[in-house]
Design a protein around this ligand. Structure first.
Ligand code: ZN
Length: 225
């Protein structure tokens, strides 16, 4: 065996070990976690009406911003009291977009409530891949790698559409007739100058939180006063 062949083997053996042993085991553990936690997360969101409404409004706001300004890199995160839009720095434009999004949802533009790049779609893709991988492992056989790759490619094609269906059915709600937008507040990340330089230089928010509430609840609190 030549010198270069020895060197090549020296590098190839650890790689082979990683591909044949470590990666499949890591993938198996990941799949076992996904197959349990992803359905639980989706059921948890499905049972939370406020979260679902805010998730729909978050998607609609991002859709409006992307239609209007052609921006691509926006991320959103919904919670029970509103939603965060990351990667956007114009407070007023965001308020206008959120207001327009709410109005358009209320008027029946229900497609706005769904977003192609939502975390739900990724989670659905991961879940289906976990099912595929564990099934192939349990079934055994020689075509394991081929089956996983072929199935994975098929899932890449299907999962965006399935993800949008799951969004419509479980993780968003178009029942926004009673939702009100209360206001926005900046959200500061860990990046940027630290105190006391932040006072001198100012800090750029990494995004804005849009606070929402129920129109009926707000109206009620007015009456109480
Ligand atoms: Zn989403």
């Amino acid at each position: 065996m030549g010198f270069f062949a020895l060197i090549a083997m020296w590098f190839a053996l650890p790689l082979l070990f990683i591909f044949l042993f470590i990666l499949p085991v890591k993938l198996m553990i990941r799949s076992l976690i996904d197959i349990v936690y992803i359905p639980r997360q989706i059921v948890g969101i499905a049972a939370n009406a406020r979260l679902r409404r805010n998730h729909a409004l978050e998607h609609a706001t991002i859709n409006v911003l992307q239609q209007r300004y052609g921006v691509r890199r926006l991320a959103g995160l919904a919670s029970e009291d509103g939603f965060l839009i990351r990667g956007w720095s114009d407070d007023r434009a965001l308020s206008r977009a959120a207001g327009e999004a709410l109005l358009r949802l209320q008027r029946g533009e229900h497609d706005l409530a769904v977003h192609r790049h939502c975390g739900t779609s990724q989670a659905v893709g991961n879940f289906l891949f976990a099912v595929l991988y564990l099934t192939v492992l349990l079934a055994g056989g020689r075509l394991q790698l081929g089956a996983v790759m072929l199935g994975g490619a098929a899932l890449l094609l299907i999962s965006p559409y399935l993800g949008m269906w799951i969004q419509r059915a479980f993780t968003t709600s178009i029942d926004v007739s009673d939702v009100m937008i209360i206001g926005t507040s900046p959200v500061f990340g860990r990046k940027g100058p630290a105190f006391p330089f932040s006072l001198l230089l100012g800090r750029v928010p990494e995004g804005y939180y849009v606070h929402t509430g129920s129109g009926a609840a707000l109206h009620g609190s007015w009456i109480e006063r």
